[in-house]
Design a protein around this ligand. Structure first.
Ligand code: HEM
Length: 468
């Protein structure tokens, strides 16, 4: 396979270098690596990861390769995906408590679920959610106005509230069955505890040895389980009393969804797992994407003005196709997802031997694709560490190889919620930027922390100034 080379556009990209750990010159030894992985896996990458297309070794578990070669990534996620299954580490960290929901199911069960829920996430259905997304954005504008001009708020926590609000309005429009603020706090606990990589996992210890993080998170998982059971029971009862009653939200569609091949609905356990999956997979990821976008805009007057002008021009039109009319806003979001991909690592285990970018990959190898490394790779991107949304505009967009840019993964297991997330982020970013200018609180140092998702460590305190 020929090595790809970064193609530069003829424009000179203007410079803002957002904060990120400098790659290490040398790999860490096993003990320091385990503790660094637990603290912040982003700080473990070395220069070779950002310069080579395939790097072998580096973790204390078995044989590992990190691949950045677009054609090799395409083979793992698409062409030969049948030979690669999700690994235990990913299942534990990314999908803890999600049971056999779409994110963690495999084989026949995954295929049937994906077919069953696909219509819920089709563009046509997602477009119907635009007014609810706009309502949530407007509610946030009202809340911020009530705080008064120049208030300092933790924008990361605010974005978490907002994405939860969007989920409530679209997926479970009668509410989570519990207090939304309680749900937000439970999610913080979930992500703070489950998200820490356990040394026992890295050492390949068997499942029956309890992980402290998972013991800690049990009561939080029980809280969600009870809330979700309550939600489903209330809706089923209402439907039993009167068919076709109740809101036409994602929950209604999920309860009515049938596998188009078999005509079968999902089991009760699958419905529960998938509700939990949609909340967990869709909430923190989108909220972090918005936080990073707002932070990056606060560092570039030029882009803040461009997004604001676009929003002024377009927001009075129809909300249904609004996101389609905001290309500059969308470019900022795509650039934020490049620099700070909320899901910063995708991994698989090779079932049988394979060949990737000319390297023999024995069966059992852990194959890691890190969107964070890939998106900053020296051979794949011009000026990879600089914030430059123009990469995603016009003809520059066409220069980006599909397998060099993976914020939502690729292939059959690509993110089912990507259209939903991008539409939400575009509507919300435009609405906020139209109404407010955000400035980082003096003295606060922004730093990316990988804990399940890639978030600003210690939140994002910002001064909110009203534009209008
Ligand atoms: C910015 C927001 C989001 C990002 C960056 C993101 C990222 C990803 C990535 C990288 C994957 C692939 C994982 C892999 O191949 O191992 C994935 C899968 C998935 N995502 Fe998202 N996601 C986002 C929003 C959402 C939303 C809003 C939902 C649902 C409401 C969602 C639900 C899922 C599900 C169910 C899967 C598993 C799909 C399958 O295996 O068939 N995601 N996501």
């Amino acid at each position: 396979m020929a090595a790809p080379v970064a193609r530069r556009s003829d424009q000179n990209f203007r410079v803002y270098r957002p904060p990120a750990p400098a790659p290490r010159a040398k790999r860490l030894g096993p003990i320091r690596l385990i503790s660094a992985l637990k603290r912040n896996p982003l700080e473990c990458w070395t220069s070779e990861h950002f310069e080579k297309l395939v790097v072998a070794g580096g973790l204390p578990v078995g044989h590992v390769v990190i691949i950045n070669h677009p054609a090799a990534i395409r083979r793992v996620l698409l062409e030969n995906d049948i030979n690669y299954r999700k690994d235990m580490l990913q299942r534990r960290v990314l999908s803890a408590g999600m049971g056999e929901g779409l994110l963690s199911a495999e084989g026949h069960q995954w295929r049937s679920q994906r077919r069953t829920v696909a219509p819920l996430f089709a563009r046509r259905t997602v477009t119907q959610c635009a007014p609810a997304m706009m309502d949530a954005a407007n509610a946030l504008v009202e809340r911020w106005r009530q705080h008064g001009d120049a208030t300092t708020l933790d924008v990361a926590a605010e974005m978490a509230r907002l994405t939860l609000d969007v989920l409530e309005r679209t997926i479970f429009s009668e509410g989570f069955g519990c207090n939304a603020e309680e749900a937000r706090r439970a999610m913080v606990t979930y992500f703070n505890t489950v998200g820490r990589i356990d040394p026992l996992d890295l050492l390949g210890m068997p499942d029956w040895i309890p992980r402290i993080n998972h013991l800690r998170v049990r009561s939080t998982l029980r809280f969600f389980e009870r809330s979700i059971e309550h939600l489903i029971a209330a809706r089923r009862q209402r439907l039993a009393e009167r068919a076709n009653s109740g809101p036409n939200d994602f929950l209604a569609l999920l309860l009515a969804a049938l596998d188009p091949y078999t005509g079968e609905p999902m089991s009760e356990a699958e419905v529960k797992s998938n509700i939990f999956t949609f909340i967990m997979a869709g909430h923190e990821t989108t909220s972090n994407l918005l936080s990073w976008s707002l932070f990056l805009l606060s560092q570039s007057d030029d882009w803040r003005r461009r997004v604001q002008a676009e929003a002024e021009r377009e927001i009075n039109g129809s909300v249904m196709d609004l996101a389609e009319h905001l290309p500059e806003t969308r470019a900022v979001i795509e650039e934020a997802a490049r620099l700070y991909p909320p899901i910063a690592a995708i991994s698989r285990v090779a079932i049988d031997a394979d060949e990737l970018a000319g390297e023999v990959i024995p069966g059992g190898t852990l194959v890691v694709i890190s969107p964070y490394v890939l998106h900053r790779h020296r051979l794949l991107w011009p000026d990879p560490d600089l914030f430059e949304p123009r990469r995603f505009l016009g003809e520059n967009r066409a220069l980006i190889d599909r397998y060099s840019y993976l914020p939502f993964g690729a292939g059959p297991r690509t993110c089912i919620g990507s259209t939903f997330a991008l539409q939400e982020a575009t509507i919300v970013l435009a609405t906020i930027t139209r109404n407010f200018s955000l400035h980082l609180a003096p003295g606060h140092k922004v730093w990316p922390l990988l804990q399940v998702t890639l978030k600003p460590a210690g939140g994002l305190p910002m001064i909110i100034r009203c534009n209008r």
